[in-house]
Design a protein around this ligand. Structure first.
Ligand SMILES: *Cc1c(COP(=O)(O)O)cnc(C)c1O
Length: 443
């Protein structure tokens, strides 16, 4: 294993191995992977697999560390709902008086469902907002629309006019800054569909300010996701800061700068600094170009808050060997966790029970699901302790872009979700039944 979750750095991990009293849980000789105080064996017995498990305390700690890193500047952390939009998670985050970044009317409804008053801290991003979505957001009186094109600008003005409202808006500018991440989640280059080219922004702001139903309030930027080098964030922010000065000269009110999200996490032992230190490096990169500008900073982290706080628990169904190739067929699949299939993403996979037997012998396997696609894998050529049928595995760092991308492909019901807090556990989404899957259909 390239990284043991038990190697607790200064920032405690959500999942760690602990000694568990023999006989208390099944397969309990040795150490058992726990989420906070709860052994994953116990969660499997109680809720079944595949199962998404999140650590409440880890989400809280990560959010606090992120927030603290920006202590020197007026700011609001608007958690990016698309990373994990379960109501149980949103409720937890709303309880920390955070705001939210939404990219659809559906996500806005989720936020309103957990806390109506959170609307005034909601920013609405996305290239394809419909007028119906805009109407809902205007009625809820959200903080800011991040507008991504001139056509959208006029749609927003028209919608606001029909409601006799004024829409607070920022343009999402595309700073043309390359970020070293997967091409599917890089967004800050001219060739990407996101934002308006920064060079055209000044002209668009001038046009926007001509509408009585639009109120220019800020500038926004988001250069991509899973970016582990903080330099591109600084580079983007320098361009945004320059634009803010120009726009103020032009007479616009720029109260907000929205720095977007995108801070990456350590999926694969990249030896990133400890989280507190890492977010403070990120915060310095973002804040430095804004010095003296007196803006209220908005931040939209998603992955870095919830990613490492979650894992997907799965059971080995079958071992199989095709010629010399070894497979572990598990009960989780690409429909439950799409990232490996979609992006070739790496997720650390660890056995839930570690004993002297499992520590001693290792083998290289593909960890695959039951879905009928060659692309259905969770890991390829992975060195793992030798596991048997019925053994449990935890797929780590699955708290972000996990359950939200789950589908019902192959008519597979989606997993349940459990939020663990210390010794207690709460089912925040029951497992889907097959009947749930065809309830909307007729024949
Ligand atoms: C996806 C997204 C985020 C969150 O990105 P993370 O990489 O999860 O931090 C923030 N803002 C916008 C506009 C997004 O599209």
């Amino acid at each position: 294993m390239s990284r043991s979750p038990a190697n607790s750095a200064a920032f405690p991990p959500a999942f760690s191995y602990r000694e568990v009293r023999k006989g208390l849980f099944r397969r309990s000789s040795g150490t058992v992977l726990c989420c906070d105080e709860v052994p994953l064996t116990q969660l499997a017995d109680r809720f079944g697999t595949p199962l998404y498990i999140y650590s409440n305390s880890s989400i809280v700690r990560r959010m606090r560390a992120f927030d603290d890193a920006f202590g020197k500047i007026g700011h609001t952390v608007c958690y990016s709902v698309k990373a994990n939009s379960s109501l149980g998670i949103l409720r937890l985050i709303a309880g920390m008086r955070c705001g939210f970044d939404v990219v659809s009317g559906g996500e806005l409804e989720r936020v309103l469902q957990v806390d109506r008053r959170a609307a005034r801290k909601v920013v609405f991003s996305g290239v394809g907002k419909t007028k119906a979505e805009m109407r809902t957001a205007l009625k809820a009186k959200i903080l800011l629309f991040n507008v991504e094109s001139e056509s959208e600008l006029w749609a927003l003005a028209e919608t606001a006019a029909t409601l006799k409202e004024t829409a607070p808006m920022a343009l999402r500018v595309n700073p043309d800054v390359p970020a070293d991440t997967h091409p599917y989640i890089s967004t800050g280059l001219r060739k990407h569909k996101f934002g308006v080219p920064i060079a055209e922004a000044r002209e668009l702001y001038a046009r926007a300010s001509g509408s009585r139903h639009l109120r220019v309030a800020g500038i926004s930027v988001h250069i991509g996701s899973q970016i582990t080098d903080v330099a591109p964030f600084g580079a983007a922010m320098e361009r945004v800061a320059d634009l803010a000065r120009f726009l103020r000269e032009d007479g616009h009110r720029i109260d907000y700068v929205d720095a977007g999200g995108g801070l990456g996490i350590d999926y694969q032992n990249l030896s990133l600094p400890d989280y507190s230190e890492y977010v403070s490096l990120y915060a310095q990169a973002v804040m430095r170009p804004l010095r003296g500008l007196k803006v209220h900073l908005l931040l939209e982290p998603g992955r870095s808050i919830v990613g490492p706080a979650g894992a997907l628990l799965t059971s080995v169904l079958y071992r199989k060997t095709n010629d010399s190739k070894k497979f572990l067929v598990v009960d989780a699949a690409m429909n439950d966790l799409l990232r490996p299939s979609l992006y070739g993403a790496y997720h650390e996979i660890v056995p839930v029970v570690m004993n002297s037997r499992s520590a001693a012998r290792r083998e290289s396997v593909d960890v695959v699901g039951p879905v009928c696609e060659t692309g259905d894998f969770l890991a390829r050529d992975r060195e793992l302790p030798i596991l048997g049928e019925g053994d449990l595995l935890a797929i780590l760092d699955a708290g972000a872009y996990g359950m939200v991308q789950a589908s019902n492909y192959n008519t597979r019901p989606r997993p349940a979700e459990v939020l663990v807090n210390g010794r207690s556990m709460k089912l925040i989404r029951r497992r889907e039944s097959v009947a749930d899957l065809f309830r909307q259909e007729s024949f």
